[in-house]
Design a protein around this ligand. Sequence first.
Ligand SMILES: Cc1cc2nc3c(=O)[nH]c(=O)nc-3n(C[C@H](O)[C@H](O)[C@H](O)COP(=O)(O)OP(=O)(O)OC[C@H]3O[C@@H](n4cnc5c(N)ncnc54)[C@H](O)[C@@H]3O)c2cc1C
Length: 461
Amino acid sequence: MTDPRLETLRQALPTLRLSVEPSDLEHYGRDWTRRWTPAPLAIAWPADTGEVQALLRWAHAQRVAIVPSGGRTGLSGGAVAAHGELVVSLERMSRVLGFDPVDRTLTVQPGIALQAVHDAAAAHGLHYPVDFGARGSCTIGGTIATNAGGIRVIRYGNTREWIAGLKLVTGTGALLDLNRGLVKNSSGYDLRHLAIGSEGSLGLVVEATLKLTEPPLPAQTLLLALPSFEVLMQVFAEFRARVRLQAFEFFTANGLAHVVAHGGVDPFDARHPYYVVAEYDAGDDAQQAAGLAAFEACAEAGWVLDGVIAQSQAQARQLWRLREGITEAVARYRPYKNDVSVRVGAMAAFLARAQALLGDAYPDFEVVWFGHIGDGNLHINVLQPDGSDDAGFMRQCAQVTGLLAGLLAEHGGSISAEHGIGLVKKPWLGSTRGAEEIALMRGMRAVFDPARILNPGKLFD
Ligand SMILES: Cc1cc2nc3c(=O)[nH]c(=O)nc-3n(C[C@H](O)[C@H](O)[C@H](O)COP(=O)(O)OP(=O)(O)OC[C@H]3O[C@@H](n4cnc5c(N)ncnc54)[C@H](O)[C@@H]3O)c2cc1C
């Protein structure tokens, strides 16, 4: 270890696992965005909360920038270390610490994968409902830091709804035990909720107590092919009025084509402009009949070009793959991602304007749309053409994002629905948050992290 700061860290914390191996710096210095060249100072893997606290005390004293690191599946560059930061990977802290059957809570360390939380909850006959495609690799700490959403928000809400307690180590190394699993706690500011979605800028999540719920009722999954966004919103309204939706996700024909090229199976003979994967409660005859009635009403109205109702779990998984496989299928094009939201009621008006704007703005680029219609959340992926110049592509996308941010502001929307601001969306935070609000956020950060060592350069910094 040549950097003298690392020698002082070794002396302060002789048991801490540290690496400056180029392969580790490369691997742990980037996230899913792959737009920045990783250049961390070193990677640290604390084994427990005590080591995280000692590490943060050292970083505070030495003024060393820290990048908290979960599964690095983030899509906004929040876990990127490109300026000599110390990456603190929580992957060694990945255990289930306890289950409380009366409170119905699961207490876990931050580095546990979302899938492992699902499995642990299921082992107790219960369910942790935050879910999305990166479940096998993303960590609970990362989902809390970004207030992750996913495919079941329409039914269960975002990560925020499911956090009963949090332990947070601040930028000075202090350990906060926030809310301690209480259902009712009317004792002043709820710092737990300030920490959720703070993207590692207020502290490191070192423990979380998660609320669990009953497993969902048996569900029916179906895939619909639709002619337009307008019809998609009508179909959504029809289904929502008749059944209890667990998910309502849309994607476009070119998104489907990318997944099919990666082994997905298109059940239809022809390609159609838009698709929806919907899932609704179908635990009894009445619920199944209601679903069928919704489907028939949409078909009779002439809205549905084609449709398939899954006849087995295996077929339902195949249909889900068509939607969930998109991010992975287009990853090789290093897409520029917009992850935007408006109120569900403003979706139709916003969509019409956004489609026109993006059609004009990107005549030469392939744009893949998908998202969570029921949450007012659209993912707009602009694929980088093979062989094109990185900087030029990014410049053009940033310019269009500026226009999109203006449109979002007009419709009262957000430039980041669920991926966080990180590095990617930082220039447009002001389109979603007022200047006074951002000033207050800065002030709060200064309280939690007076030396400004936590994820500097991200979010509003
Ligand atoms: C295929 C795919 C599908 C996805 N689908 C969705 C989706 O539907 N909905 C959705 O919301 N997201 C989705 N994502 C994005 C991503 O998975 C989420 O943002 C996830 O929450 C990131 O978790 P992570 O552990 O990988 O965090 P990282 O990428 O490692 O970090 C994300 C942010 O959290 C901070 N952080 C990480 N751990 C901690 C900690 N312990 N304490 C404090 N800060 C921390 C990091 O510094 C960074 O700012 C998807 C990503 C992929 C690749």
